[in-house]
Design a protein around this ligand. Structure first.
Ligand SMILES: Cc1ncc(COP(=O)(O)O)c(C=O)c1O
Length: 397
């Protein structure tokens, strides 16, 4: 019998002892260097990240949110402009659009993976659309083959919100290296887990790179001369140095997340608990097919190398999610609801005039999703404990 009595959603303290020692000596090195903002550590990290992602340029910034904001500022998007993003995402995607004064235009999700549904783009793209911002939700790429084709057809830039998905790949390429710009987060819950807030922005365009570099430091260039207004979006040297140590292990950690997900998927789907995952996201029946006048091959490649930043189940409709979650909490199992509302349902966006039912897939996802512990340090016994509890609660009702 297993002696597991509790499983947290995420335990950031479970780093291997040799990693902790290495992190401590890196921190000491940076402290002794006296160089704390941008500088050689950040430049080295940028180069290593660009190589890892496969993007020509990358810039370390203060957070994933700021990466999104910078991308929009670099394209001079503002009042009167529209930016299309999914409604089922973390707030930052829509919030960044709002903060530059533009209008976030929401689209629904595919019912299989909950990523943006490219089939809805045609209905919202118009003369005011200045960018499309797909989000690689939970660590799985959106259907970038379809998104890129639609965007290229209309000459609209694509900003990838890859905050949750560094390391993910799909038919169109690596998350963060497909669109005109890619935005990554190193918030501690992310797969490349930082020690505070930080993020990265990538691009293949040298002119954009120069503009982003200037905007990151209040829009200056040269120093103390400002042709544009930017902000303080700089990355700390300490963050960069610590993350440099973790970057080489990222794929190994993602592989462990995948193995954990494979275990859950097999055990839970065998017991009839629906799992949001790519393997069921290929066919027409799943809404995973897209036919744009024959321009895109069928079926659309929704499936990608999922990095499982989150492992999400749909709580079966006949169950009350709060009670389901409470049942897991009683067994000391940490869970989270990503996300309880679509952005169109958020009070701050009420002026956009959306109504319940506008985005049925996103609304159903928001009502049924529940994330389970998936982090790489979980033991087999812990995974078994969680799966057993989920099945027991699902079958009891
Ligand atoms: C989809 C998405 N976009 C943007 C962000 C913002 O990243 P950060 O928390 O680093 O600002 C997050 C972070 O959770 C996210 O999940």
């Amino acid at each position: 019998m297993s002696d597991v009595a509790a499983v947290p959603l995420l335990d950031l303290r479970r780093a291997p002892a040799d990693e902790i020692q290495a992190l401590q000596s890196v921190a000491a090195r940076v402290i002794e260097s006296g160089a704390f903002i941008l500088g050689p550590e950040v430049e080295a990290f940028e180069k290593e990240c660009a190589d890892y992602i496969g993007a020509p340029f990358s810039l370390g910034v203060s957070s994933g949110t700021d990466a999104l904001l910078l991308a929009l500022m670099a394209l001079e998007i503002g009042p009167g402009d529209e930016v299309v993003c999914p409604t089922f995402t973390f707030f930052a995607s829509g919030g960044a659009v709002w903060r530059v004064g533009a209008k976030p235009v929401f689209v629904d999700s595919r019912p299989c993976c909950y990523n943006l549904d490219p089939a809805s783009l045609d209905t919202v793209l118009g003369s005011r659309t200045r960018a499309i911002m797909p989000v690689h939700l939970f660590g799985q790429c959106a259907d970038m083959t379809a998104v890129q084709a639609i965007a290229a057809d209309r000459g609209i830039p694509v900003i990838e919100d890859a905050a949750q998905a560094i390391g993910a790949r799909c038919a169109a390429g690596a998350a963060g290296a497909i669109g005109l710009m890619g935005c990554v987060s190193f918030y501690p819950t992310k797969n490349l887990s930082g020690f505070g807030d930080s993020g990265l922005i990538t691009t293949g365009d040298p002119q954009l790179r120069t503009r982003l570099d200037s905007l990151r430091v209040h829009g200056w260039g040269p120093k103390y001369y400002h042709a544009r207004v930017g902000g303080n979006f700089r990355m700390d040297a300490l963050q960069a140095a610590l993350l440099r140590l973790r970057l080489p292990r990222l794929d190994e950690l993602a592989a462990r997340r995948r193995a954990n997900a494979a275990f859950y998927t097999e055990v839970l789907t065998g017991a009839g608990v629906a799992v949001v995952q790519p393997s069921v996201c290929r066919g027409e029946a799943d809404g995973g097919t897209l036919d744009l006048d024959g321009k895109i091959g069928l079926p659309a490649q929704c499936a990608s190398d999922h990095t499982y930043n989150q492992f999400v189940i749909r709580v079966p409709e006949h169950l009350d999610r709060d009670r389901f979650r409470a049942g897991l909490a009683e067994r000391n199992i940490g869970t989270e609801i990503y996300y309880p509302l679509g952005l169109h349902q958020q009070e701050c966006f009420a002026s956009l005039g959306h109504r319940p039912g506008d985005f049925p897939v996103a609304e159903s996802a928001a009502a049924s999703c529940l994330a389970l512990p998936i982090f790489p340090g979980l033991t087999g016994a812990e995974l078994g404990y969680v799966a057993e509890a989920v099945i027991e609660i699902a079958q009891r009702a």
